[in-house]
Design a protein around this ligand. Sequence first.
Ligand SMILES: *Cc1c(COP(=O)(O)O)cnc(C)c1O
Length: 800
Amino acid sequence: MNALAPQPVTQDVFRSEILRHLTFTVGKDAAHASVHDWRMALSHALRDRIVAPWFSATRRTWAEDRKRVYYLSMEFLIGRILEDASINVGLREIAGAALADLGQDFASVAGTEPDAALGNGGLGRLAACYMESMATLGCPAYGYGIRYEHGLFRQEFNGGHQVEFAEDWLSQKHPWEFERPECAYDIGFKGQVEVKGGRSVWHPGESVRASAFDTPVVGWAGRWANTLRLWAAQPTQHFDLKRFNRGEYTAAAEPETLARTISRVLYPEDTTHEGKELRLKQEFFLTSAAIQDILRRYLDTHSDLRALPSKVAIQMNDTHPALAGPELIRLLTDAHGLPFEEAIEIARSCLGYTNHTLLPEALERWSTWLMGNVLPRHMQIIERIDEDHLASHPKRKHYVGIVKHHEVRMGELAFIMSHRVNGVSALHSDLVKERLFPELHALHPDRIINQTNGVTPRRWLRMANPALSSLVTNTIGSGWEDHLDRLRELEPHVEDRGFRDAFAAAKRANKAATSNWVAETTGVRVDPGALFDVQIKRLHEYKRQLLNILQTISEWHEIRENPQADFVPRVKIFGGKAAPGYVVAKEIIHLINDVAEVINNDPAVGDRLKVVYPANYNVSMAERLIPASDLSEQISTAGKEASGTGNMKLALNGALTIGTLDGANVEIRDHVGAENFFLFGLTAHEAVERRNDPEHSRHAIEACEALQVVLQLLAEGRFSPDQTDRYLGIVDRVWHHDYFLVASDFAAYRDAQRRVDDAYRDPDGWARMAALNTARMGFFSSDRAVRGYMKEIWKTTSAL
Ligand SMILES: *Cc1c(COP(=O)(O)O)cnc(C)c1O
């Protein structure tokens, strides 16, 4: 037994702890408690059980003077906490039984928890998985983020259109966090820089206070817990009583309103960069608060800042926190008097940068005017970093630097200020070298490395899929949760018919439950025996939901043309949000909903094809849909998806992938075996070549009659009878502006879908392939990924 593990607790004791919190924390009598009250009481009882490992982990880190990892991320897509935490501290069963004693149902109670959506998609969810894995591995770490009052918007459909509503996760008390009013830092903006006695002094023109809120993150088996520290913005100036007393009520509250704006709302853009001042302020707010906190903690027990890199590793999740370099240099030089040359080396030894995208529209750039105005001292430091780099590499072409065309390029800044830069899949890391930073890579050939993404098996298998988890445990024993490679031990059992039947039965049970959920949420009845074909992810042209829906239309047409033919029944399931300003993505959402309306109400089709699009895809919906999926759609234009993690969650849960050679699909296919993966489409290099033909779409359309039919149906307004020209824009794009090569990949995709149908006609063969996917996905645990970061970037070891 590990000395740090939480003390065991009986059902009776835990029940009385829930009741004690209901009485003394919530202030309710059991006779009058609502489900919400029960959730608060249960959450507090569970949180108590996390505090012990949390304190002992913190004490041990101090006592052993351990190196700490600081994970800076503008997004943490956390989802619900209650059930995940209860599983990690080993109390899921006891909590369920104790609640049942009290007349309450665990799932109903846990289901009232708001889904914490402080992120847009994959990047934010990765940060949450890594926090959980760092805790599981006993890697002393802090996550730093922003405590947005409003997370990602809630999505509804109105007449098939996406409509956005403000999300309100903090409207109820959040039981998992501890407010730390004593831990706060001033964050400055604007103003002037003065040189005094050889040192620069920044006099900010505005300032806000960053105030900490801590959430413990407990790892598997409760062996270790780290802190997720989220910053809330508060006014530095106090409420102006004089103005208030003069009757200027609104003006009196102005500093407060200004400050709060900074942590008010998560920017809903994913893979786009808008260049707005508020966003720059948010990024600096997070970064400055984190760097000040890191230095304060280090200086509590150390005095030599030159040794900082031996105790501090700072990871930048994308370029959003890339001001960490300049801010650390500023504090080391202006506040602590180190020479610039030393400060830049110290900062670089601490910093690592994870690149998440090659899409040009996502690469952050700020006008030098805006940067100089909002952060005048940092603008000077950035120029100095650029000069220093050019001086150390005199053969560097001038255009390779950080400042170009009156813009600060955050990718170059992050690269130059980091000792390691990593991509998030093998293919992506190669493309980062080849296409994104070729010149910098030539100057620093050892800097770019790969760390293929991973997902936590605790949330994404053990919690989300109890049916499959039980089968795994019954087959190979427990312990696979933190040694996911052990899933390999399933392989010999896959040869056993009984095991395959049990595997198929678990999937079938999940699909039956999800059919009921689909009927409740969308009103569409779907047959649990049909093939569940799932594409759930943010809406983006590069992810090609359009390709999927065009193929769906083709399938519908075929059923109508050959009503007697033997079709494999399918349910097409879509989920995902579009950025509110992304017009084309919203048009595709409208199209999917319009197509669903026509197909689902076509008596000639019946149960052979259904299309459902439940609104408001989030972590909880992913946990519901992934265990019920047969087919995982990973069909991005090759070279555009950095890694993907949805692809990993689905394959781990026994969905077969239909996909391109993009992102981590390449490695997933290598692991599960080419014969258990439906591959199609152009490769990343072929895609680039293909675009050299200016008429690539026309050639592809002319070569594919099925695609001609689909485009004709769309152009005729068959899915928009109330407005027949609604989709002319989409048709025109496929013909003439098909940058993402939908037309070029259509025929191969349709062909791959035929192969899927053929495979699904053999249920036992399908179960075999699906089970082999689960058995061979162990590599994609976020534990493996975090171990890679620890060894190759952070130079740190487990404290367990
Ligand atoms: C895993 C996950 C994602 C990322 O999905 P991709 O298919 O990799 O883009 C996005 N959103 C949620 C809610 C997720 O759980």
